[in-house]
Design a protein around this ligand. Sequence first.
Ligand code: HEM
Length: 118
Amino acid sequence: MSVVKINVLTVPEGNGAELEKRFAHRAGLVEGSAGFEGFELLRPTDGTEKYLVYTRWRSEEDFENWTKSAAFVQGHAKAAADAQAAGHGHGHGHGGPASTAAELWAFEVIQKVEPKEG
Ligand code: HEM
């Protein structure tokens, strides 16, 4: 069964638009990676500061290969450059990183139900 990896980004109030803009201009490389099954950027609607970068992969190995790939590095090159330029993540949406923290959640898909046709 597939695995789900969610990168949880803490995005202070006011930085959401900047983060979304960055993702709107994302590298678009993940969709070409082996074992990639889907990606969703989830914006919080309950007043929290956590954006979820939801990804699903055929296997743990496929996810790990992507994180070690040039596609991952390139897909995050801008984030890394901006973080460095801003110095230790204190940017506030003017070229610095939009998030102040990231944490990875990992899951196995153990049941999956799709809506019936028609
Ligand atoms: C320190 C950790 C991380 C931070 C701060 C971060 C932040 C970001 C940002 C801001 C972007 C938008 C592109 C850009 O501005 O460069 C991005 C792209 C992306 N991130 Fe992360 N990220 C991190 C690690 C991860 C991890 C572990 C995953 C795995 C779930 C992930 C999944 C993605 C995906 C799928 C994209 C789109 C890349 C593409 O289109 O090829 N990120 N990330």
